[in-house]
Design a protein around this ligand. Structure first.
Ligand code: KG4
Ligand code: ZN
Length: 339
């Protein structure tokens, strides 16, 4: 059994954020992220540029995390890194760094699943919020994934439903691109939606049965609505920006909430958590919180642990460390990774 105060260095580099964190026990001592702004103008993450930026950033980011934590190199007892899923060229930078670090310091290496880490961020010490009790359901919504997960323990998780095409974050980002916003557009839709009427426009919702999701039909529906309206009024998007954002956001959130309601009904579990970048969305948070009035117990992550961060990698590393699940030096980064 591991001691409770183990100090773990966490490293995240699966997409366009280079992040490092220092965890002691379940307490975060530092969590430092460098976000690559270079992708904004391309309307999406350019893998080659992301990989190159990670290489430039990884050392200063780790140094900053160590300095901010007020510890020395020799205090670090294990290193956790994102093994996948993600962009391979980005993942290998974090994986190679973590492997070298573990080898040089002769400390254990912990390979972390990025999506599980989003969920386990709920177990980071935080005086302002309660930790979920098992079993609970987690709606895990990011740029690449949309899942409803049954979480029975820190290490036992089962996917009950997932997207068959685009992820919820992708739906936000692609809609934002149609409105002329830079990448990632999700946060901008959220911001502008606050000033719009969510009932101004109606977009088609998927009719897919069960707990799986689909967002590609919605994307086409938004595209065609904008195209047709622009034939009448070339300034349609500019003149209706706020209402379009509010209506798009309402549609995406209602698709997510409908499936979550079904999952609660089917499993009888009323403890529900949110995880992943889209859990920063204010409408989704609001709609989920409303469910407390009908008996749900809702867990919403702190903003800093919603989008990609190394704190969630470090806490997942802690649970692997406690369970004695260590990786060898031949562990490889994986763009696609089994659950
Ligand atoms: O988890 P994350 O940081 O990275 C991935 O693992 O993909 O999620 C990024 C996604 C992007 O699609 C971004 O647009 C979305 O999260 N996102 C939001 C908001 N903040 C981030 N979507 C809607 N509203 C937000 N406030
Ligand atoms: Zn993520």
């Amino acid at each position: 059994m591991a001691e409770n105060n183990t100090i773990i260095l966490g490293i995240e580099s699966s997409c366009d954020d280079t992040s490092a964190a220092i965890l002691q026990g379940t307490k975060i001592l530092s969590n430092f992220t460098s976000t690559q702004l270079i992708h904004e103008k391309y309307g999406g993450v350019v893998p080659e540029l992301a990989s190159r930026s990670h290489q430039e950033n990884i050392l200063p980011v780790v140094e900053t995390a160590i300095n901010q934590a007020g510890i020395g190199l020799k205090d670090i007892q294990a290193v956790a890194f994102t093994q996948g899923p993600g962009l391979l060229g980005s993942l290998v930078v974090g994986a190679s760094f973590a492997k070298s670090f573990a080898l040089a310091r002769n400390i254990p290496l912990l390979a972390v699943h990025h999506m599980k880490a989003h969920i386990l961020a709920h177990f980071i010490d935080d005086a302002s919020s309660e930790k979920p009790t098992f079993p609970f359901l987690c709606l895990t919504v990011s740029g690449g994934h949309t899942q409803i997960v049954l979480v029975e323990s820190h290490l036992k998780m089962t996917i009950l439903g997932k997207t068959i095409d685009d992820a919820a974050g992708e739906a936000f980002d692609k809609a934002a691109k149609m409105l002329g916003f830079s990448y990632p557009g999700g946060p901008l839709i959220d911001k502008f939606a606050a000033q719009g009427n969510p009932d101004s426009f109606t977009f088609s919702k998927p009719k897919i049965k069960g707990l799986d999701f689909s967002f590609s039909g919605l994307k086409t529906s938004i595209l065609y609505s904008i195209r047709d309206a622009k034939k009448e009024n070339i300034n349609f998007v500019e003149e209706n920006r706020f209402d379009l954002c509010a209506s798009i956001q309402k549609t995406i959130v209602s698709i997510l909430m409908q499936k979550l309601e079904l999952a609660v009904k089917e499993t009888g579990i009323q403890r529900v958590a949110l995880a992943g970048g889209v859990s920063a969305n204010s409408e989704l948070r609001k709609e989920l919180c409303k469910k407390e009035s009908i008996g749900w117990k809702v867990y919403i992550p702190k903003f800093e642990y919603c989008t990609d961060n190394a704190a969630m990698i470090a806490i997942t590393g802690k649970f692997l460390y406690d369970a004695g699940i260590f990786s060898s030096q031949d562990v490889a980064a994986k763009a696609r990774m089994d659950w």
